[in-house]
Design a protein around this ligand. Structure first.
Ligand code: AHM
Ligand code: MG
Length: 336
């Protein structure tokens, strides 16, 4: 059986006029950077890469050594390609335009270089999340404000999961496709074309320890899930929480479910924990392209107009009918 590599897949997408040569190269460079991150992650304690870097990022979170290494790998890989105008990252206060002496491209790349930081030191799956936007026409040396485009304008999005196998899950706006890294050849091989999230589910993913901080409609929704067969939902639900968004979303893309990180009162000034531009938006596009849905509890995530590069947002994503149910609890509550 002939295998379709990521390279071949991207060339076919270009031939079908779904992407241009620059976007093809950009995705290929990101994928290559992810294979380098996979190598660094897999070395674990032997690579001297575990533990804190002793620094903090713009959100005041402690950075792990691997957060910093992954950020550098992605920046370095993309600086020279000629397809990018600027990069933004969870680990950098502001976006970085490609220096004017380098070749300039049309695209803006956003990434969370290593998501699920709390899992790095305990050998649990982590991942890289990325989103690609177009630089506004005529803008040289784009700044943070040029990244503030709603998620519907993403031209590509994806993640790479560093788990028992390394997988790249990608959309360029025509379905969501999964590639598995062949460690012997270093190539990503297409292993699932057109992933489909089942519309219904009996599995939810949430950090239950925050329950007392949730708002009323969240309390009501989860109480009904927990009531199982005897409750209004009439079925028993199972729960999973890996605390790596990439791993939780990967499970949902594979077998369905709903992932929730709601707003809570712990820190009322924060709109949620997860970041809109490089966590929620790319995951929302991947899930929608696989037939699922993504909201902030009230509105479609991909329609939100961002106001800040590192803006946070509540996230409800996964099986379409379940996301609709959870969203209805919130909108019904607001209407009364
Ligand atoms: P990070 O970007 O600092 O790694 O935080 C994001 C992660 C997600 O991967 C995950 O869904 C969530 O934080 C887990 O949060 P919690 O530890 O509150 O359960
Ligand atoms: Mg993150």
């Amino acid at each position: 059986m002939s295998r379709t590599s990521l390279t071949r897949f991207l060339i076919e997408e270009e031939q079908n006029k779904r992407i241009n040569a620059d976007l093809r190269q950009l995705v290929a460079v990101v994928a290559r950077a992810c294979t380098s991150i996979a190598i660094a992650v897999s070395k674990g304690a032997l690579g001297g890469v575990l533990g804190d870097a002793g620094t903090g990022n713009v959100q005041g979170e402690a950075q792990k050594k691997l957060d910093v290494i992954s950020n550098e790998i992605l920046l370095e890989a993309n600086a020279w390609g000629g397809h990018l105008a600027a990069c933004a990252s969870e680990e950098m206060d502001h976006s970085q335009p490609v220096p004017s002496e380098y070749p300039q491209g049309d695209f803006l790349l956003l990434f969370d270089p290593l998501d699920g930081s709390s899992n790095i030191d305990v050998n649990v799956s982590v991942g890289t999340i990325f989103s690609v936007l177009r630089a506004p026409a005529g803008v040289k040396q784009p700044g943070d404000e040029h990244f503030l485009q709603p998620g519907v304008q993403q031209v590509a999005a994806g993640y790479c999961i560093y788990g028992p196998s390394t997988m790249l899950v990608l959309t360029v706006g025509h379905g969501t496709h999964a590639f598995t890294l062949d460690r012997e050849t270093g190539a990503f091989i297409l292993t699932q074309r057109n992933m489909q999230v089942p519309a219904d589910t009996k599995e939810f993913a949430i950090n239950m320890s925050n329950q007392r901080h949730w708002e009323a409609p969240m309390q009501g929704y989860v109480a009904d899930l927990l009531a199982g067969k005897e409750g209004s939902r009439g079925k028993d639900f199972n729960m999973r929480w890996i605390a790596s968004m990439v791993a939780d979303v990967h499970r949902i893309l594979t077998r369905g479910g709903i992932f929730i990180y709601p707003w809570d009162k712990k820190d009322p000034g924060k709109a949620g924990k997860l970041r809109l531009m490089y966590e929620a938006n790319p995951m929302a596009l991947l899930v929608e392209q696989a037939g699922g849905a993504a909201t902030n509890g009230r509105e479609r995530i991909l329609d939100l107009q961002p106001t800040q590069l590192h803006q946070r947002v509540p996230v409800f994503l996964g099986s379409k009918n379940e996301v609709a149910q959870a969203t209805r609890y919130h909108t019904d509550h607001d209407a009364n």
